[in-house]
Design a protein around this ligand. Structure first.
Ligand SMILES: NC(=O)c1ccc[n+]([C@@H]2O[C@H](COP(=O)([O-])OP(=O)(O)OC[C@H]3O[C@@H](n4cnc5c(N)ncnc54)[C@H](OP(=O)(O)O)[C@@H]3O)[C@@H](O)[C@H]2O)c1
Length: 291
């Protein structure tokens, strides 16, 4: 029986990126639906679950994408609500690459060091990628500071992380320029920069002025880069004693994780690949073994 991935995209045009990755993940057929909303998704789900018998539903899966993570989450909620009994298929949500990118970034950090008790700062922490990176760092036991340009947004993001990770140790910080961001990175062993494309978050020379810093990850690939001392291509390169990864350096793992996740959807009909589940795939893909 052929594998079918039903792409539910919340944008007006379904993502070509997600379709290419689906092909590279070995999917036989991709049915792409654009302009998907919580209001129109239920009949699409019914088309997925009423066509094959329960034993064969593992050959059908749903991928939720689009440029808005909030819209993707709203669609995911409605998709799960449409399932009943054995009539369900596996689901992955990765709007704008938010889950696979955050998972790849944190797995990259975790590969180099245990994160329990480690002070970590996430810059640009209020976006879909930053919030998920903060959540995954907190779930690994790191003491996470979420930084935004406004304290209100930082506190709201910190509260959201507390809602997802009950034992989370998270703080909020506000910084309106790269120098203020640098002050908030003092004492951090790990910094993840997840600011908007082209937004500079740390100034040149900052790595030298952050003595406790061991690992810096910048997810912005669009010049000017988020961390001025880190190149987009850096992949475990040491600058001023700090292990550095740029967006393209993390991108290889991100792509592998995306492909592994899509392929694993067809192993059963009840898989839900959300932030935490995608992170577990990232950990395995990165070769992290429990000590
Ligand atoms: N490598 C990959 O495969 C991959 C995949 C997906 C995304 N990305 C990259 O990951 C990064 C994060 O993605 P995202 O979608 O979460 O980003 P986003 O939502 O566009 O931006 C993240 C946060 O950056 C802050 N920000 C916006 N403009 C800023 C400015 N001019 N100066 C300083 N801060 C600013 C905002 O926080 P406040 O308003 O609260 O300050 C915003 O919430 C982006 O650079 C994106 O390109 C990479």
């Amino acid at each position: 029986m052929q594998t079918i991935l039903i792409q539910l995209d919340t944008d007006g045009q379904a993502s070509i990126f997600d379709r290419v990755v689906a092909v590279d993940s070995g999917v036989a057929q991709i049915f792409s639906c654009a302009g998907v909303t919580p209001e129109n998704v239920t009949s699409l789900v019914h088309g997925a679950i009423f066509t094959r018998g329960p034993a064969d539903l593992k050959h059908t899966a749903i991928f939720i994408g689009g440029s808005s993570a909030a819209a993707g989450e709203a669609v995911q909620k409605k998709v799960l609500k449409a399932f009943f009994g054995p009539l369900r298929v596996s689901v992955m949500m990765d709007s704008n690459g938010c889950n696979t990118t955050a998972a790849a970034a944190v797995a990259t950090a975790r590969k180099h060091m245990p994160l329990a008790g480690v002070p970590a700062t996430v810059l640009g922490a209020t976006g879909p990628v930053g919030m998920r990176a903060a959540e995954l760092l907190a779930a690994e036991g790191a003491q996470v500071t979420l930084v935004s340009r406004t304290m209100e947004r930082a506190q709201a993001a910190a509260e959201a992380v507390r809602g997802k990770v009950s034992a989370a140790v998270v703080l909020a910080g506000a910084a309106t320029d790269p120098q203020q961001n640098e002050s908030l990175c003092q004492g951090a062993a790990v910094v993840v920069a997840a600011g908007a494309a082209g937004a500079v978050l740390l100034p040149a020379g900052a790595l030298q002025r952050l003595p406790g810093l061991k690992l810096a990850i910048d997810l912005n690939a669009v010049p000017p880069l988020g961390l001025s001392d880190v190149s987009a291509m850096d992949k475990g390169v040491t600058h001023h004693g700090v292990l550095c990864y740029g967006a393209l350096g993390v991108g290889g793992l991100k792509m592998k994780v995306h492909r592994q996740c899509v392929a694993s959807l067809f192993e059963s009909s009840d898989r839900l690949l959300d932030t935490q589940a995608i992170y577990q795939v990232a950990r395995r893909t990165a070769g992290i073994v429990e000590q």
